[in-house]
Design a protein around this ligand. Structure first.
Ligand SMILES: Nc1ncnc2c1ncn2[C@@H]1O[C@H](COP(=O)(O)OP(=O)(O)OP(=O)(O)O)[C@@H](O)[C@H]1O
Ligand SMILES: [Mg+2]
Length: 236
């Protein structure tokens, strides 16, 4: 089967300080793939390169078999990859509806209403709050809005950068259930997380990043059973 995303040998340094040294990973159609690692491991830098926010200094990115390396973010979005960045950057002074409409900026006007309906079907909580200012919603609701807004571009792959950050465990569970629902609707997911247990529960496979390099890869079960993971992440 043709990979959805294929990344090989990516590297990036900020002003000479290496942040990503050697990252190779893939996402197959239909998969949720977790990208795991501690603070500063290089997760966000990696996904910023994939999304075209940063240009890789080494390595290749292919999407559905075609070269994507070095394409700027507006091209990457049109090719079918959406990044929901760290820190759920919704527009606080705009309503839920306005935030969603902005997510559809690459779409024709006539398509937007149907896309909003689709988002509301997946996220009923947002439908109830369509007129509410995004900044007045709870953290979990803002995260749902950030994901729903990302879906408005109709990506084939959605990259979520630490969607559980700062959320209570019960809310994290709810957000992760929605991520599974998004995946079941046919969208590949690259899930950046520090929350190893929760993410490996829903991920088909995962990669562990340390100091900018992939040090481990495997299925959720394999990674959870790995002695290194247990020591480094789970304190055992
Ligand atoms: N804009 C920047 N300018 C300079 N250095 C940066 C910048 N962004 C990140 N870095 C550095 O690059 C390294 C990797 O950072 P990155 O944000 O990719 O890690 P991360 O795995 O996403 O961490 P976290 O889990 O804390 O979000 C870190 O040492 C960080 O300080
Ligand atoms: Mg990060």
């Amino acid at each position: 089967m043709q990979s959805l995303l294929d990344v090989s040998g990516l590297a990036f340094a900020y002003d000479g300080a290496a942040a990503v040294r050697d990252v190779s990973l893939s996402v197959q159609p239909g998969e949720i793939v977790a990208l795991l690692g501690a603070n500063g491991a290089g997760k966000s830098t990696t996904v910023r390169m994939i999304a075209g926010v940063l240009t890789p200094q080494k390595g290749d990115i292919r999407f559905a078999g075609e070269v994507l390396t070095g394409s700027p973010s507006h091209v990457v979005v049109r090719r079918g990859i959406t990044l929901v960045p760290e820190g759920r950057l919704v527009f606080p002074q705009m309503t839920v509806m306005e935030n969603l409409q902005l997510g559809a900026h690459i779409k024709q006007r006539g398509e937007i209403a149907a896309l909003v309906d689709k988002a509301f079907a997946l996220f009923p909580r947002l439908a109830e709050r369509r007129g509410q200012l995004a900044g007045s919603m709870s953290g979990g609701e803002q995260q749902m809005l950030a994901i729903a807004r990302g879906l408005m571009a109709e990506p084939r792959l959605i990259i979520l950068d630490e969607p559980s950050l700062g959320l209570m465990p019960i809310v994290v569970q709810e957000v992760f259930k929605l991520i599974e629902a998004v995946n079941k609707s046919g969208i590949g997911v690259l899930l950046v997380e520090q929350n190893l247990h929760q993410s490996l529960r829903i991920a088909h496979r995962g990669y562990v990043l340390e100091k900018g390099s992939v040090v481990l890869a495997g299925t959720g079960q394999e990674l959870l059973a790995d002695a290194y993971v247990q020591k480094a992440f789970l304190g055992r």
